[in-house]
Structures are given as structure tokens and as C-alpha cells.
Design a protein around this ligand. Structure first.
Ligand code: M6R
Length: 604
């Protein structure tokens, strides 16, 4: 949440920073701000609204600057609360991501200072200014970071010295230095235009850039010592971060799914054998008796699908927990429990806290993540990477299906490790998995059918999503997709639960989306459809090709190709993503940046 971008160097600072903020806007977009260091002063510009909507900002001659795009935590959305914040003398300017928890206590150090915002951030420049009375700027920042409690990444700019300084404790930050140009950003994607190498800043580390001689230093403020750091190559392509001809990133990402699934498969499987790209140490599973999956949002839904797979193929108990609840529940975890953490961004604060909790109890933690170098990959014992490429739309799509793929491969791997499944079965499952991308293409080709359903129902206020078994989590995911981007109230339920409450909602205005594939519950779901029709409800069904019985019952049907039941979620989720997308587009919603949301939720 919140995007930070800073630059020092000979290029047009205003443009570089505003471009950087635009590429970070998916992290937060209720207000923005930029502070530019000229020869004698610091110029500040900030406003509410989206940085992508400001057009060309007049450039001023500056040698360094810091920028911010905000997702409000402390203080409402206002110019006063937008970053950068400064001290009373307007010497130090700070942009910040995270939450400072001990602001009230810290105010004792700056007794008498007036605060102009309601943010927790404003304390940082004020404290730095306070310590500048007896120290240099870098020394003052070091003192301040030792006092801060909470999660933060911030960048501080000084009007009167030649340093640009960033510090991290819990919120992500990366830096790059290329030919005298220095960049700091909340994520790698925004650096892709400038450098193919980056410095990954860890918790407890500061990066100090000297504008005068373009040198860079790293400091470990946990252990109070200077450290050395090498820039590392990273593998994100320019085109991966561009929208291309698609109207929204979300649409591009929906259509990218077959390719990203093929990529994820190819790096982990060869000759029908699972050889994870990042080899797993079997030691991790030697005591394995139980699995706990922790995640949030869409990643949690991927965990629920995996629960079905793991229990039926590996035959060990699995629990799927919201990371936020797991953390505060005193969970019973021991070294025979494998904790699997799932996160697209690798920066979700609740999931990070859950991993820390699990590690304290001695459980091995295996994470499934899309972002190399992210916090979750660093604190886990091992990571399996999804190959979704950068996911920029706030609503998760390709990250979800690639998470499913990695989880299915992990299921097969563990089933083999536990000797619950033979090579022949594994090959059969892998053959079916390898066919998914082509079958998914056939679902994606049904835009016209999905758009025509959208045209009839885009104005509804409520919707119900029902599925059973491995497709119950897909009903939850369909409801989440619709609500988060179109603001239509939507609920997901196991289909059999309908008669225990949700059936009361059925009327001629509310569509019920049924996932009704030919599995063991097929007849029962058909009965549920009849129950809805008997109450004049609207039925949209996702069903297998050539299902004539569904055609007779439902108002609309979206057909998907046959696959084995276990793998059906890969195909059933796609029409729900598309339906949500086209409905939100018709309603003129800001699809890639839905109101109140942010891509990676780095606050608890
Ligand atoms: O980056 P993560 O996978 O940890 O994010 C988890 C959720 O915040 C995320 O899935 C969120 O629910 C998305 N907006 C769903 O589309």
C-alpha cells in the first residue's frame, strides 16, 4: 500500500518521479505528492486524486526528489495528509509506506511542534529535524529509525545536505544505481525502464545516497554497522509491465493466463516429472503429518482449492486459515505441520505476520509467491514461484490460476513423497494439467456470450455464486471478483447451503451464478437450480460443453471444455473473471484501481 518513488541524477527529476509514481499507482491512489530539491530549496506539490490524471506536470530544475502515491491509513484523504511531509523549518521531506505505531510517545521528542496533518508520517521529518541539532543528516536518520515502532519504508530528502536516504522495516523497498542515476522504489516493476539490476533492501537496513559523488552506502540499523550489498539481476521484461492494446491491465492479465500457466508448468515439470524450478529439500517434509495454509483474499481461495487436492491425494489433514486470524488465534503448530503461505505480492502484512508466528512454533514454512525478492520469499524456508509475471490490476486473476497450478504440482509431489500415488497416475494428472492452457483459450474465446449476459444483468445490485466441492472456492472467488471491481454486492456459498439461508434472497432481480459441472454433485446442483427457478430467480450457469439439461433450466449458460474434476477450477474461474470484468467496465468502474483497494496490503 502506498507507492514510493525517489530519484537523484541528471535526468528530468519531475518526469522520472511522476512516471515512477504512475507505475506504482496500483499500490494506492487516493492522493499523490512530490518534493524536488533545487539548488537552494525544496519545492513541494501535492494533491488529492490519481497521479495518472494530472497530465503533464511542469518540470523544474532539480537534482533529486521523492514522490508518493497514497492509500490512506491514518487521516482521511486530503492535501494535508498526502505525502511528502516536512518539519517546521521545511528542511526535511519524507514519504512513507507503513504505519508508525508509537507516534504519541515520539511526540515527546518534538514537544511544542505543531502538526499539520493527521498522519503518523509527519513525526518522521520532525524527529529527523530535532536530531539534526546535534548530528549530520545520516546520523539523525539513524537515531530516528532506532526509535520507530511499526512497519515502515520511508525516504527522506534534506534541503541542506547532499543525501537521499531510505530505510526499511517491514514495508518493501528496492534501489538501483545506473550510471550516476539513483532510484528508490516500492517495487521492482517501476525500475524496469532504468536498470536490470537492483539492490534488495532488507528489514533493518538503510541506503544512503550521496548526490555529490553518486556513491551509495548501506547500513544495518538493527546491528548498527555498515554493510556491503551487491545489485542483483532481476527478470522482469518491459512488455510485462505495459498494458498494450488492452483497455485494462485486468483484461490483459485474464487473457495472459494460458501463457503464464504454460510457463509455470514448463519451469517445474520436464518429461512428466515434477522437478521444481527451485528444488525443494525433502527434509522439509520428513515429519509431515498435517498442513496449514495461510493466505488472504484470492490467495486464500487458492488455498481452499488446494485443501481438496491435498486431502484427497496426499491424505493428510489440511486447514486453510485467513492469515490475519491465524496470527492472533494461538494456533497449535508443531514441527510435523507444514505451513504453506500463499501470496501474489509477497508483501501482505497479515501473511507475513502469520509466517513469523508459524516459524516461532518451529514449523517449516513453504511459500508460494509471484514476486522474487519479496519479504515472504525471504522469511520462508523455501519458495515455489508462480510464473504469472507482474500482476498490476488490483483484482487478482493470473496470479490465482498460476497459484493453483503450483499447488497442484505440490500436491502431486507430496503424494509421491508419501507414496500415496504411483508414477502412472502422476503422468496422467500431468497430461491433463498440460492440456489446461489450450482449453482455457476456448473459454476465453467466448467473450461474445459473456458480454451478452453482462448486457442483460450489469445493473443488478446483488448476486449469488454457488458451487460445490473443488468449485466452492471458485464461487467465493467469482463473488470477490464481482464485488471488488463492480461494487455489486455478491456472496459465494457452497450450493447445498443455499437452502439454509441465502434462498431467502432469491427474487426476479437477483442472478445466481451456478458452477454446475459433471461431478459427483451434478444432480444435486441441478436440483438447486430448479429451486431457484421455482422462485423466479435468474440463473447463469457455468457448465460442461454439450450439457443439454442445463440449457433447458438456466437463463444463460457459459460452456467450458471437459477436464478431470480436480482441474475444473482452472476453467470455471475464467468466465467468472470475464463476467466481473465486463460488468465493471459497463458500469464505468475504475477496474484496475477499484475504490478503497490497493494491490498489496502492507498494513495489518
Ligand atoms: O498479494 P497477496 O496474494 O498476498 O494478496 C492477497 C489479497 O490482498 C488479494 O488477493 C486481494 O484479495 C485481491 N484484491 C483479490 O483480487
Amino acid at each position: 500500500m502506498c507507492g514510493i518513488f525517489a530519484y537523484a541524477g541528471p535526468d528530468n527529476c519531475t518526469k522520472v518521479i511522476i512516471d515512477g509514481l504512475k507505475s506504482l499507482e496500483y499500490r494506492g491512489y487516493d492522493s499523490w505528492g512530490i518534493a524536488l530539491k533545487t539548488r537552494t530549496s525544496i519545492e513541494l506539490k501535492k494533491n488529492i486524486g490519481k497521479v495518472s490524471e494530472i497530465g503533464e506536470l511542469k518540470s523544474i530544475k532539480a537534482k533529486a526528489g521523492i514522490g508518493h502515491t497514497r492509500w490512506a491509513t491514518h487521516g482521511n484523504v486530503s492535501v494535508e495528509n498526502s505525502h511528502p511531509h516536512t518539519d517546521s523549518d521545511k528542511r526535511i521531506y519524507v514519504v512513507h509506506n507503513g504505519i508508525i505505531e508509537n507516534v504519541d510517545e515520539l511526540k515527546d521528542y518534538v514537544h511544542g511542534d505543531l502538526f499539520y496533518s493527521k498522519t503518523d508520517t509527519e513525526i518522521i521529518p520532525k524527529l529527523i529535524a530535532r536530531f539534526l541539532q546535534e548530528s549530520t543528516f545520516p546520523e539523525a536518520v539513524k537515531k530516528v529509525v532506532s526509535l520507530l515502532k511499526g512497519n515502515f519504508a520511508f525516504v527522506a530528502l534534506d534541503r541542506d545536505s547532499n543525501y537521499l536516504i531510505a530505510a526499511r522495516n517491514g514495508s518493501p523497498i528496492v534501489a538501483a544505481l545506473n550510471d550516476g542515476n539513483f532510484y528508490i522504489s516500492s517495487d521492482l516493476q517501476s525500475l524496469v525502464h532504468y536498470s536490470d539490476k537492483a539492490f534488495f533492501i532488507n528489514d533493518g537496513e538503510m541506503v544512503i545516497f550521496n548526490l555529490a559523488n553518486t556513491s551509495i552506502e548501506f547500513y544495518d540499523f538493527f546491528n548498527r554497522k555498515s554493510i556491503q550489498k551487491e545489485a542483483q539481476l532481476y527478470d522482469i521484461q518491459f512488455a510485462d509491465c505495459e498494458r498494450g492494446n488492452y483497455k485494462h491491465f485486468m483484461l490483459k492479465e485474464i487473457f495472459e493466463q494460458p501463457r503464464q500457466l504454460q510457463k509455470t508448468y514448463a519451469v517445474n515439470v520436464s518429461d512428466f516429472d515434477i522437478r521444481f524450478h527451485y528444488a525443494l529439500d525433502p527434509e522439509m517434509f520428513k515429519n509431515l503429518r498435517r498442513i496449514v495454509i495461510i493466505a488472504c483474499g484470492t490467495s486464500w481461495h487458492a488455498g481452499l482449492v488446494a485443501e481438496y487436492w491435498l486431502e484427497s491425494l496426499v491424505k493428510i489433514p489440511v486447514e486453510v486459515e485467513y492469515a490475519s486470524e491465524f496470527r492472533y488465534r494461538n494456533p497449535v503448530i508443531s514441527d510435523d505441520t507444514l505451513v504453506i503461505a500463499i501470496s501474489q505480492s509477497g508483501e501482505t502484512a497479515d501473511t507475513i505476520a502469520g509466517i513469523k508466528e508459524a516459524k516461532q512454533s518451529g514449523a517449516p514454512v513453504l511459500s508460494i509467491c509471484n514476486v522474487p525478492g519479496s519479504t515472504i520469499t525471504r522469511i520462508s524456508d523455501a519458495t515455489l514461484f508462480t510464473q504469472a509475471g507482474p500482476e498490476i490490476g488490483v483484482a487478482s486473476t493470473k496470479a490465482f490460476t498460476t497459484q493453483l497450478e503450483v499447488l497442484f504440482l505440490l500436491t502431486l509431489y507430496l503424494a509421491r513423497f508419501k507414496q500415496k500415488i504411483g508414477t502412472k497416475d502422476i503422468i496422467n494428472y500431468l497430461k491433463n494439467l498440460a492440456e489446461i492452457p489450450e482449453k482455457m483459450e476456448r473459454v476465453l474465446a467466448q467473450t461474445d456470450q459473456i458480454v451478452s449476459i453482462m448486457e442483460t444483468h450489469y445493473a443488478v445490485s446483488n448476486a449469488l455464486f454457488l458451487g460445490r466441492g473443488v468449485n466452492y472456492p471458485i464461487a467465493l472467488e467469482g463473488a470477490l471478483k464481482l464485488k471488488e471491481i463492480s461494487y455489486i454486492h455478491a456472496e459465494g456459498y457452497p450450493a447445498a447451503e443455499m437452502k439454509h439461508g441465502p434462498i431467502a434472497l432469491i427474487d426476479r432481480n437477483m442472478p445466481t451464478v451456478f458452477i454446475c459441472i459433471r461431478d459427483q454433485s451434478y444432480e444435486k446442483v441441478l436440483s438447486n437450480i430448479q429451486e431457484v427457478k421455482a422462485r423466479n430467480g435468474i440463473v447463469i450457469a457455468v457448465a460442461n460443453d454439450n450439457d443439454r439439461r442445463i440449457t433447458k433450466l438456466a437463463d444463460h449458460v457459459i460452456f467450458i471444455p471437459e477436464t478431470i474434476v480436480e482441474l475444473s477450477p482452472f476453467l470455471t474461474v475464467v468466465p467468472l473473471q470475464m463476467l466481473a470484468y465486463y460488468i465493471a467496465d459497463k458500469r464505468e468502474c475504475d477496474i484496475d484501481k477499484p475504490r478503497n483497494l490497493a494491490k498489496s496490503v502492507t498494513v495489518e
